[in-house]
Design a binder for this molecule. Structure first.
Ligand code: ADP
Ligand code: ZN
Length: 210
């Protein structure tokens, strides 16, 4: 399975990507995790990306396209992958079309903006492995610590209310057009995000059946 996940920021895309990774036994390639790792390690890419991310803007297409073509060519992607966060613009989708990487399906997880704003305000992220939690909806077993790796949980820099508004605008303007783009190609599947993570996963798996 070569799958693209599309969803507004905070719609639970990363969480569902993890579930799908387990289900299909293929890796999730998350651009957000890659970029934040680079920021933490203060690489050239990280320095460039942070200027955009902290404003809720997108990192330039050329940078993302080069990064992802390289990443998807690595051996762990041979049997399929789940793309969490790429493509995010029509230009990125076209670059993917023109590459030798084939995509089977595109899944959109739909959640209304009001719910997204509520969710992002309580989101926590492991600084070490990138797993996300939520103060109310997905509490870690031990307060402030990652269930998986024991890393410290923090609020993401770009989850501040002002940035969240920009990220939602960016999504509506630049990423939402991808829904029609893939619908026209017959690749789009849609799942409605639910209150409970497991219920969303059920919707997602059902949407991917056909
Ligand atoms: P979310 O989906 O919750 O907004 P991500 O972790 O997927 O968060 O991405 C965080 C930020 O990284 C985005 O707001 C954007 O600035 C940048 N980014 C991630 N993927 C891409 C991409 N494909 N193209 C451009 N920028 C990206
Ligand atoms: Zn962790």
């Amino acid at each position: 399975m070569r799958l693209i996940l599309l969803a507004a920021p905070g719609a639970g895309k990363g969480t569902q990507a993890e579930k799908l990774s387990e289900h299909y036994e293929i890796p999730t390639i998350s651009t957000g995790v890659i970029l934040r790792t680079n920021i933490k390690e203060e690489t050239e890419l990280g320095k460039l990306a942070s200027q955009y991310i902290n404003d809720g803007k997108l990192v330039p297409d050329e940078v993302m396209i080069e990064l992802m073509e390289k990443r998807l060519g690595e051996p762990d992607c041979k049997n399929g992958f789940i793309l969490d966060g790429f493509p995010r613009t029509i230009a990125q989708a076209e670059a993917l079309d023109n590459s030798d990487i084939d995509i089977d399906k595109v899944l959109s997880i739909e959640v209304p903006d009001e719910k997204i704003i509520a969710r992002l305000s309580g989101r926590l992220e492991c600084g070490k492995c990138g797993t996300t939690y939520h103060k109310e909806y997905r509490k870690p077993q031990v307060d402030g610590k990652c269930d998986k790796c024991g890393g410290d949980l923090n609020v993401r820099e770009d989850d501040k209310p002002e940035t969240v508004k920009n990220r939602l605008n960016t999504y509506h303007q630049q990423t939402e057009p991808l829904l029609d783009y893939y619908r026209e190609k017959g690749m789009l599947r849609v799942a409605e995000g639910q209150e409970e993570i497991a219920d969303t996963t059920a919707e997602v798996l059902k949407a991917l059946e056909d």
